[in-house]
Design a protein around this ligand. Structure first.
Ligand SMILES: NC(=O)c1ccc[n+]([C@@H]2O[C@H](COP(=O)([O-])OP(=O)(O)OC[C@H]3O[C@@H](n4cnc5c(N)ncnc54)[C@H](OP(=O)(O)O)[C@@H]3O)[C@@H](O)[C@H]2O)c1
Length: 277
């Protein structure tokens, strides 16, 4: 039986995806395959193999017996991507890209995704591109500030239709297991455009505490993010969004493919409330 290789399997989207696919149909890639990746409560979790997307030559074992790959790209540059796509070869690939590519955003992250999309289309036998909007789990990075001060300080990035990682995973599961989405570029969004202040307020409602978002000037935000140890390219990519008008991009991809409307950010915040208390 051929397998689906899930890269990024231990991440926000990947964990949701592995929970939606039969354990015996998938193989999970991780740089730390010895860590406990099994799904709690399930006997006989999926196979986990070691591999690093920065080291394409070492992916041979992970790809043995695999006909389909769910590919994420965890880097800020496309440098190793040609080697990885060459290693994957003439298989079917579902790549997790960014909705910023559809919107023509010219920043390091969206340039990287655009290049990955090009390489996937050039190498893969069959492919589907999922262009995801801002993933709700990014807000987990606010947990420390929320717990300690009740104020989230950050750059005033425009509102977008933030999408629940489970909905991204549900669309990915369909793209990986059905034949109808070959050659499609699907833009995956949440149900409504929501600002950072509204996200923070939704978390406050979920935990029963008044919280607020405080916009910080770009230079202060840059200095803080660099001091926090974030890579310079990521910092510049985030700041490239400051001052951009709010995106009106909302799609019905989730509902159209899964039959269930996209989850709201409020619903995500209620599920995750424990992390912010
Ligand atoms: N966040 C957003 O708003 C957004 C929007 C659009 C697209 N995306 C894309 O979605 C992707 C997945 O996001 P996520 O939030 O699910 O990820 P995440 O929670 O940050 O997890 C990162 C994943 O990447 C894996 N990884 C990191 N470095 C690796 C390497 N060198 N080789 C192999 N695997 C490596 C990690 O696996 P191990 O540690 O187990 O090796 C982990 O499973 C992102 O990389 C991004 O390109 C994100």
């Amino acid at each position: 039986m051929t397998k689906i290789l899930i890269t990024g399997a231990t991440g926000n989207v990947g964990r949701e995806l592995t929970a939606q696919l039969p354990a015996d149909a998938i193989r999970l890639l991780s740089r730390n395959p010895g860590a406990d990746q099994s799904r709690p409560g399930l006997v006989g979790g999926p196979e986990v193999v070691g591999g690093d997307l920065g080291l394409p030559d070492g992916l041979g074992t992970a790809l043995e017996g695999v006909d389909t790959v769910f590919l994420i790209w965890p880097f800020l540059s496309a440098d190793a991507a040609d080697g990885v796509l060459a290693e994957i070869g003439r298989r079917r690939v579902v790549y997790l890209s960014s909705s910023g590519v559809s919107e023509g955003h010219d920043d390091p992250i969206n340039r990287m995704h655009a290049e990955l999309e090009r390489l996937v289309a050039a190498h893969a036998a069959e492919w589907t591109i999922l262009r995801s909007n801002t993933i709700a789990s990014n807000a987990r990075g606010w947990a420390g500030q929320i717990r300690s001060t009740g104020v989230v300080r950050g750059p005033d990035i425009p509102a977008t239709a933030v999408v629940h990682e489970r909905d991204v995973a549900s669309v990915a599961a369909r793209a990986l297991t059905s034949d109808g989405l070959n050659g499609e570029r699907l833009v995956v969004t949440g149900p409504a455009v929501i600002s950072r202040a509204e996200q923070v307020a939704a978390i406050g409602a979920a935990i029963g505490r008044e919280l607020r978002f405080e916009a910080v000037a770009a230079d202060d935000a840059r200095a803080q993010m660099l001091a926090d140890g974030r890579p310079a390219a990521l910092v510049e990519a985030l700041l490239a969004n400051v001052g951009r008008p709010a995106s009106g991009l909302v799609t019905t991809t989730v509902a159209g493919l899964t039959g269930v409307p996209a989850r709201s950010f409020g619903a995500w915040a209620e599920e995750r409330a424990g992390e912010f208390r």
